[in-house]
Write a protein that binds this ligand. Structure first.
Ligand SMILES: [Ca+2]
Ligand SMILES: [Ca+2]
Ligand SMILES: [Ca+2]
Ligand SMILES: [Ca+2]
Length: 435
């Protein structure tokens, strides 16, 4: 029972704040130590995959990078439960690091009912991938693109010579019914951003952090509109980078703008522009940053922007710049992100992101003001956030993020965060109840 609703129903308005404290800030026993949380949500626990599912675990090898990218698809098998697509870009089916994706058929509690693998040699996918193609580097649920009532997916294979974007039409069992191949696209991450041009088809953003637009490794994003035949309309693609899309100044060499994910926030401040959050995970000596872009609603070019990083845009936490054991450096804040709805109940949509190279990997929920700056934040890691996570050192938690919504069907929301560097890769489904 939600304490807030219960108190409203009982008319106990004067003690609502006290009850908030007792519901959401109660003591939590962790490692025999009582810790206090004071988050504006109720943490309801988490599920980690592939661990706990022997069938899926048997498919995966060390280094496959399961969870590199992931998204909700919708209900593929028609059982009333949201299903997922998860990339494993270093799978070795057919060629070393050719890559694979998994369709995960879910149970309400976040456990796995069954799965279907799609790779060069499985799931009915017939195209030839090259060695190191990294099929599954980016994945996105895009709604029903071939009008058969079954939701479909976009999958990228960014490494040449077969640097392509596939639109894959699914069967209800998660195998491939048909696909289109769009060549000469580099996407190290894909995000579905809803239908922003009003043609009743979901639009996507391809993240290309290695783009040299404007300078070495400055990065870029491509806003992609697909036609009714699931092909990219090249004439309509919008690129935003240091030198394109009216971005203006602010990106420096090596910043890796575009990162591995963006988040469509909607019109946060109600002024007619739509806000798109885009990371630059190597910005500021590797601390990382998020650019909150306000896009013109017809040209989709940048009208204004603010930068969020340590000490900017209202964000006050300290981000590391040190060299990591894996050779990279910095916290990599903003590597991935998703709009998470209004978690703190102030009427403004909030953003979940992370600093995946900060110690075990720190997730952050950023509670936004309607001027797009950060009002406050929650940290989600081994000792904060109320989930009692048990992440390994260098676990890269929050390296990939997707918002699932109400998986349980009880008003709580699920959000997926990837991590688990060094082994198969992991997908954590966190359940929380907003205020
Ligand atoms: Ca389902
Ligand atoms: Ca379909
Ligand atoms: Ca559209
Ligand atoms: Ca909010």
């Amino acid at each position: 029972m939600d304490c807030f609703l219960k108190n409203i129903r009982l008319g106990l308005i004067p003690i609502v704040l006290i009850s908030f404290y007792s519901c959401n800030s109660g003591p939590i026993l962790e490692n025999n130590k009582i810790i206090e949380t004071s988050e504006p949500y109720l943490a309801l626990g988490y599920v980690e995959l592939p661990y706990g599912n022997d069938n899926l675990l048997a498919e995966l090898d060390r280094g496959d990078r399961f969870g590199r990218d992931h998204d909700k698809i919708g209900d593929v098998d028609g059982d009333g439960v949201i299903d997922l697509v998860v990339g494993a870009r270093s799978d070795d089916d057919g060629e070393i690091d050719a890559g694979a994706v998994y369709i995960l058929f879910m149970n309400h509690d976040g456990s796995l009912k069954s799965h279907q693998k799609i790779s060069m040699i499985s799931g009915g996918f017939s195209d030839v991938l090259n060695e190191g193609n990294f099929f599954g580097y980016g994945v996105a649920g895009i709604g029903d693109y071939n009008y058969d009532g079954i939701p479909d997916i976009a999958v990228s294979s960014p490494v040449p010579p077969n640097n392509s974007l596939y639109i894959i039409h699914l069967n209800t069992d998660g195998t491939v019914k048909s696909y289109t191949k769009n060549q000469n696209i580099i996407a190290e991450g894909l995000t579905a951003i809803g239908d922003i041009n009003g043609d009743n088809r979901i639009d996507i953003v391809a993240c290309n952090p290695g783009s040299d637009d404007g300078g070495r490794d400055r990065g870029a994003i491509d806003i992609i509109f697909l036609n009714e035949d699931s092909y990219v309309s090249n004439l309509k693609t919008i690129t935003i980078s240091s030198s394109k899309g009216d971005f203006g100044s602010g990106i420096e060499d090596g910043d890796k703008f575009g990162g591995r994910e963006v988040a469509m926030m909607g019109d946060i401040d109600g002024d007619g522009t739509i806000e798109l959050a885009v990371g630059a995970f190597m910005s500021d000596e590797g601390k990382g940053a998020i650019w909150m872009l306000s896009l013109n609603s017809s040209s989709f070019n940048v009208e204004s922007k603010i930068k969020i990083t340590e000490g900017m845009g209202g964000f006050t936490d300290q981000l590391i710049t040190t060299v990591n054991p894996n050779g990279s450096y910095g916290a990599n804040f903003g590597h991935a992100m998703a709009a998470i709805g209004d978690v703190d109940g102030d009427g403004v949509v909030d953003l979940i992101t992370g600093a995946n190279q900060q110690y075990e990997g720190w997730g952050y929920i950023l509670y936004l003001n309607n001027d797009k700056t950060v009002k406050s934040f929650s940290i989600i890691n081994n000792s904060n956030g109320g989930f009692n996570l048990n992440l390994p050192d260098e676990g890269r938690f929050s390296r990939s993020i997707s918002y699932i919504g109400d998986l349980k069907g009880d008003g709580s929301i699920a959000v997926n965060l990837g991590g688990g560097a060094g082994d198969t890769g992991s997908l954590y489904t966190l359940f929380l109840k907003p205020n």
